[in-house]
Design a binder for this molecule. Structure first.
Ligand SMILES: O=c1ccn([C@@H]2O[C@H](COP(=O)(O)O)[C@@H](O)[C@H]2O)c(=O)[nH]1
Length: 240
């Protein structure tokens, strides 16, 4: 770990712990430290391992992003956000397409917990391209849809959005420097894109204005996950 640049850049990375069980996730986590990266718990791991694992990661000192993408009626989302916030997570999210009232309810739910996690909203999933957006009945341009949902998110008083780094410049221009842009779909130049369509390399994503980079399979499916993470940190550091 000592050869890594200990500066803030490293903690711009959030490792997506997309594992089938707690044992597999902890095998990687135990090689990491909170200065190096944040951790994301998504639907697979949360469904398998539950809130206890989230609390374990929080107690180890990591910034934990609970990526459950709540999308339901406002009352249900408010209660879910309250419960999620009580786990001590650093960040949680909802789907912006749930609408203004749902996002405002989410914010109220977080406030009720007495905790102050970052609350962000998913705009258009990074796996989607223009054609898949049209398939679900949204006729407009994909970037316009991301911007529209991000503006709604800001209007609801949330802290930021999940988007592709491809949209970061236009979101920065309209939503300002402080709005948090969390960007999955990060792929080192030699990595497979998998099911992601709107991909960007780590260094480029930061140059475009991303606040945080979410990286899953390029690290977790690598033969040596720690080496893969270190290589991404090195790429970011070199580009600054
Ligand atoms: O638009 C979105 C929202 C969330 N995700 C999540 O990020 C990771 C990405 O994993 P990779 O293996 O690096 O593709 C994953 O947990 C998704 O659920 C996203 O990809 N896009």
């Amino acid at each position: 770990m000592s050869q890594l640049n200990p500066k803030i850049h490293a903690s711009k990375i959030i490792v997506a712990l997309d594992y089938a069980d707690a044992t597999s996730a902890l095998a990687l986590v135990n090689q990491l430290n909170p200065a190096l990266c944040g951790l994301k718990v998504g639907k697979e791991l949360f469904t398998a391992a539950g809130p206890h694992l989230v609390e374990t990661l929080v107690n180890k000192g990591f910034n934990v992003f609970l990526d459950l993408k709540f999308h339901d009626i406002p009352n249900t989302v408010a209660k879910a956000c309250e419960a999620a916030s009580r786990l001590g997570v650093w960040m949680l999210n909802v789907h912006a397409s749930g609408g203004l009232a749902m996002m405002q309810a989410a914010k109220e739910g977080v406030a009720k917990s007495g905790q102050q996690p970052l609350l962000i909203a998913v705009t258009v999933l990074t796996s989607m391209d223009q054609a898949t957006l049209n398939q679900i009945g949204i006729a407009g341009n994909l970037q316009d849809q991301v911007l529209k949902l991000a503006q709604l998110t800001q209007q609801a008083g949330l802290d930021g959005v999940v988007c592709s780094a491809q949209e970061a410049p236009v979101l920065r221009q309209h939503l300002g420097a402080d709005f948090c842009l969390v960007t999955p779909g990060i792929r080192p130049a030699d990595a497979k894109s998998d099911d992601q369509t709107r991909i960007v390399t780590p260094a480029k994503a930061l140059q475009l204005g991303a606040s945080y980079l979410v990286v899953g399979r390029p690290i977790t499916q690598a033969t040596n996950p720690l080496a893969s993470l270190q290589s991404i940190v090195a790429e970011i550091t070199k580009s600054l």
